[in-house]
Design a protein around this ligand. Structure first.
Ligand code: SAH
Length: 403
């Protein structure tokens, strides 16, 4: 009977690899698949079938990715159509509306967080009146027109801009793409507010979708420690940690980044927040080298923020990344005054929280500094983590009091 209804591509699982799908983990790796019936194209919806022949859910097929299927739903009856996306997008919007004090404190946040909002591969960030989308895998790419049309209806905005120029698309066999998807072309620099600060965001060419929204709450935590402090903001990007620290009474912030364009924007952000020139300085350079120079010069700071880029993008790089994290933390420990604070982060999803803690602890040991963890930090709640998707918890941080 079913065959007569039409073409229904299916993916069969190996029995020993079914556990993760039964646990609703959204990723099905190529090695877990025993057979593919039909010849599903890029992003097409497939039924996922157990070794016993039961339907376990529906997912998006990605022929050239190691992650061959990303599950849209574990409901065997679910139809992946406009209505499906409408419901999931509404759920995501609803969560952000519910989050305490999010919309009253900022007009920039993550509206859709991929797998954790049960929309694998889809990222949508809101910046004031604009939305910025990333279609990072075959599924959302296949449904892009429906998704854009729904976003414009469900979340009225001046325009929707695409920033699907992230490296991960390559693994999916998708070309990088960017440009206007709906409405107006956004300005080169868009102004947002975050707590007491205003920031200019370059959504067209800035890093990620233009701003590190995931660090919002951690910037607020930093502010609480800053009164009168001399701060080194290492890997500063556009100065978001700096502006929060200075507004909260830090006496001086040194922003360090190797990107000239990031520091140019950082300078604009310092001005936009009315921070006098004598309270901040920008330094362009490689943090690993500059911190060594500072060590030789015996420079000291009250607070150091270390927010390096993702050092690990493949498991095979883990050891090298671990050395990088240890090195930079070791240097930072050496530059803190006794009683100073280190805000140290890792945004590498592949580096487990425990291992990160161990690396930082080894770094302290090597510098013979005693450190106490006073806070453990995490990504902001508009970047929720699906309980079935631990990989979603990528950002971790420690606030350490260093003697
Ligand atoms: N803390 C920032 C985000 C940091 S992103 C915020 O809250 O907005 C990481 C930054 O590190 C990027 O701006 C990148 O240009 C910079 N970077 C990468 N490698 C670097 C290096 N070796 N030395 C200095 N900066 C580096």
């Amino acid at each position: 009977m079913e065959a007569a209804v039409g073409y229904r591509p299916r993916v069969g699982l190996r029995e020993e690899r079914e556990k993760s799908v039964l646990g609703r983990h959204p990723w099905i790796f190529s090695g877990a698949i025993s057979r593919v019936d039909g010849s599903p194209g890029m992003g097409e919806t497939v039924e996922v079938i157990s070794s016993k022949g039961e339907t376990l859910g529906k997912g998006a097929f990605s022929p050239s990715s190691q992650i061959r299927v990303r599950l849209w739903s574990s409901d065997p009856e679910c139809v992946i159509d406009r209505q499906f996306f409408e419901q999931r997008i509404k759920e995501a919007i609803r969560l952000r509306a519910d989050l305490p004090s999010l919309s009253s404190s900022t007009n920039a946040f993550r509206l859709i967080n991929g797998e954790s909002d049960r929309l694998p591969g889809l990222i949508v960030d809101r910046y004031a009146d604009f939305l910025v989308c990333q279609f990072l895998s075959a599924g959302p790419e296949y449904f892009r027109d429906i998704i854009v049309s729904l976003l414009s209806e469900l979340y009225p905005c001046s325009g929707i801009y695409e920033r699907s120029d992230a490296d991960v698309r390559e693994k999916e066999g998708l070309d990088p793409r960017k440009g206007v998807l709906f409405g107006e072309d956004p300005p080169e620099l868009l102004e947002i507010t975050e707590g007491p600060c205003r920031f200019l965001v370059d959504i067209k060419t800035g890093q990620k979708t233009g701003f590190f929204l995931d660090q919002r709450e951690n910037r607020q935590r930093l502010a609480a420690y800053c009164d009168g402090a001399q701060v080194l903001n290492c890997f500063s990007y556009s100065g978001a940690f700096a502006a929060r620290a200075l507004k909260a009474g830090a006496s001086h912030v040194l922003n360090l980044d190797d990107s000239a364009s990031a520091l140019e924007l950082c300078a604009k952000n310092m001005e936009l927040n009315g921070i006098p020139q004598e309270r901040w300085e920008n330094l362009q350079g490689n943090a690993f080298k500059v911190l060594r120079q500072f060590r030789e010069q015996e420079r000291r700071f009250d607070i150091i923020v270390l927010d390096p880029p993702r050092f690990v993008d493949a498991k095979s790089h883990l050891m090298r990344a671990a050395r990088g994290y240890k090195d930079i933390n070791l240097l930072a420990f050496g530059l803190l005054r006794p009683g100073g604070y280190l805000f140290t982060f890792s945004c590498s999803g592949l580096l487990a929280t425990d291992l990160f803690g161990k690396i930082v602890s080894d770094a302290a040991l090597d510098t013979k500094r005693h450190a106490r963890i006073v806070e453990r930090l995490f990504q902001a709640p508009d970047h929720p983590v699906g309980l079935n998707f631990p990989e979603g918890a990528y950002l971790k941080g420690l606030v350490l009091c260093v003697m």
